[in-house]
Each structure stands twice: as C-alpha cells, then as structure tokens.
Design a protein around this ligand. Structure first.
Ligand SMILES: [Zn+2]
Length: 253
C-alpha cells in the first residue's frame, strides 16, 4: 500500500504540489501517519480529528478525511488538510467536550469550524486555489418557518445564524455575496420579529468577527470564551491540546 503522503499528493496538481507538500509534511508530523483518507461519491467532504487513547490522561491525534470524488476533489482535500493542520497553529484540538447539552455542543463544533475557515482561507488562497471552490455550494434553503414552529428558534439560534451568515460571507466569491446578503435579510426579519433587541447582540458578534483577534493563536481560547458570553451560553472551560511530543492532554487554560 502506498503511504499516506503519496496518496494525498496524488490528488494535487503538479504546479501546486511543492507548496501543498509542506502542509502535508506538517500534518503528517503531527498525526504521525495516523491519517486515513477515504473517498465518497457524495459531494460533501469532511474531516474528523479523533483520538487514540494512550493512557487515562493522554491520547494521540488521529485524523480522517472523507473526500468527495465527485466535487472539487483537490480543493476539498486541501481544505480538510488545513482543518487537520489547525491544532498545530492554534493549539485547540477539540473544544467544547465539557459542554453537557447536545445542542450547545453541536453549536460549539460548528463555531470552531467556521472560525477555522476564517483563519486558514488566506493559506488556501496562497496555494493558488480559487475562492470559488473554498466551500462546497450550499443550495439548501434556510427553513426558518419550520424551526420557529418547532420551537428551536430561540435567541441563541438567531445569534448563531447571524454569526454563521456573517462569517461565511467572508469566505464566498464576490458574485455570491448578494445571495448571502439576501439570506441575512430573511434571517433578520424572522429574528427581529421574535427578539426586537437582538440587533445589539448582532453588532457585538459583527465586531467580534471584524476585529479578527481570534486569528492570533495565543488569544483564540480567550476570544472563543468572549464569543460564547455574547451568545449567552456557558463558555467552554477545557480544551484538548497537544504537548511538545504531540500527545493530546486536557487543559484548563
Ligand atoms: Zn471546513
């Protein structure tokens, strides 16, 4: 069986190989070849940062990429590799595992994912890839009526929608911005009907994103805590991070 590096680089076009190779090397040195690449015919690619337990306190990182063979395969692979690379950059392997509520936990995972996009988009572009293929096209309509009827559209839901739409607008090509503005307007109308004062929260979230303070690796956890405060939920108190041997440990920064 060919090794994981050869396998990964097999998807990278010749003119980008040299640049992407250094990313692949860093990712492999972190996961120690404990990386799995699996193909899917679905248009959606995704990654998992899992762990393999060494003893009660420690684990080694384990990365897995499920890669679409049908939609932007090369770009998606680099995108997911950048997610796997992120813990080396900012030290946060997993966040939010101390959150008991499932809904809040899922939200913290989505938040971390979107934050990472904002951090690594410039690396992706520097490799020479186009912003047109940074994200998989998302054609599903935001069905707010159903969410309102079922009662899940509380103030946290709207704040997170604002966060998701505002930050994603930074990650799409120029010709898609009008479409995302439209989504934002629809969302605002629904949110304001239920929570007329929520615009105060929206502006705090907007300022949080625009400051880009979360791009600085040493202030990311502090920034995430302040974002969760804006959301009005109990901020995570522990993170899974790595030591100099790339072993994962739980810390309470
Ligand atoms: Zn992503």
């Amino acid at each position: 069986m060919e090794n994981i590096k050869t396998q990964i680089l097999g998807y990278i076009s010749l003119e980008k190989k040299q640049a992407v190779e250094s990313l692949v090397d860093k990712v492999i040195s972190f996961y120690k070849e404990n990386i799995e690449l699996e193909l899917t015919e679905s248009s959606i690619s995704y990654f998992e940062r899992a762990k393999e337990r060494v003893n009660a306190e420690q684990a080694t990182p384990k990365g897995k990429i499920t890669l679409s063979s049908t939609m932007n395969t090369e770009e998606a692979l680099v995108h997911e590799l950048l997610h796997l690379y992120m813990p080396i950059h900012h030290g946060i392997y997993t966040l939010g595992f101390d959150i008991k509520d499932k809904g809040t936990y899922d939200l913290s995972a989505i938040t971390q994912n979107l934050i990472e996009h904002d951090i690594f988009l410039k690396d992706y572009l520097n490799f020479g890839y186009s912003i047109d293929r940074f994200l998989t096209p998302d054609n599903k309509r935001d069905d707010y009526e159903t969410k309102i009827r079922s009662g899940i559209a509380n103030d946290l839901f709207w704040m997170h929608e604002y966060f998701r739409i505002f930050i994603t607008k930074r990650h799409v090509p120029k010709h898609k911005i009008a479409e995302w503005d439209k989504r934002m307007n629809i969302m605002r109308v629904h949110a304001l009907k239920m929570y007329p004062n929520i615009t105060d929260k929206f502006s705090l979230i907007r300022n949080w994103i625009k400051s880009e303070d979360f791009h600085k690796s040493d202030s990311l956890f502090k920034e995430i805590k302040s974002l969760f405060k804006i959301f009005g939920i109990y901020p995570p108190t522990q993170i899974l991070t790595h030591d100099k041997n790339y072993l994962l440990n739980i810390v309470r920064p």
